[in-house]
Design a protein around this ligand. Structure first.
Ligand code: FES
Length: 145
């Protein structure tokens, strides 16, 4: 028996309601060892078709990572650290979206997060949030805020 591509996809489990933990406050790039407010980070054009822009900052001995993704009304930036194991969501260059493009996905244990606000609504850290990074959108340009 040969399965077609469509038959290989397992159905996604229904999203559930969890007790939401308090959403973390936004952090500034500068507080992660990154550039000061007003620094150009990327353009919306770079975020088309589900692409994310990844940035790394050195903060003392630590490397801090953020990523920026397109949202329905602009873009959002998050610290690239899954609340489950505090490791980057992506593997290698990778992508941050699940195959439907509707959720951010942690590739390690398949936690899914709403793109617009970083809330985890499925997976081992359901009810937790990604930490938002403050950015400002001006036209097509995304700046550290
Ligand atoms: S490290 Fe992200 S779901 Fe486990």
């Amino acid at each position: 028996m040969t399965l077609s591509g469509a038959e290989l996809w397992l159905p996604m489990p229904e999203l559930q309601e969890f007790d939401e933990l308090p959403r973390p406050l936004s952090v500034q790039c500068a507080s992660l060892g990154g550039p000061p407010a007003g620094t150009h980070l990327c353009t919306l054009s770079e975020l088309r078709d589900g692409n994310a822009v990844r940035l790394e900052f050195n903060q003392g001995q630590r490397v801090r990572r953020i990523f920026i993704v397109a949202t329905a009304d602009g873009c959002a930036a998050y610290v690239n650290a899954c609340p489950h194991f505090n490791i980057p969501l992506n593997f290698g260059k990778g992508t941050f979206l699940n195959y439907t493009g509707e959720r951010l996905l942690c590739v390690h244990h398949c936690a899914r997060f709403r793109i617009d606000d970083g809330y985890c609504d499925a997976g081992p850290c359901a009810g937790h949030w990604l930490t938002p990074v403050a950015v400002q959108l001006e036209g097509d340009d995304v700046y550290a805020a």
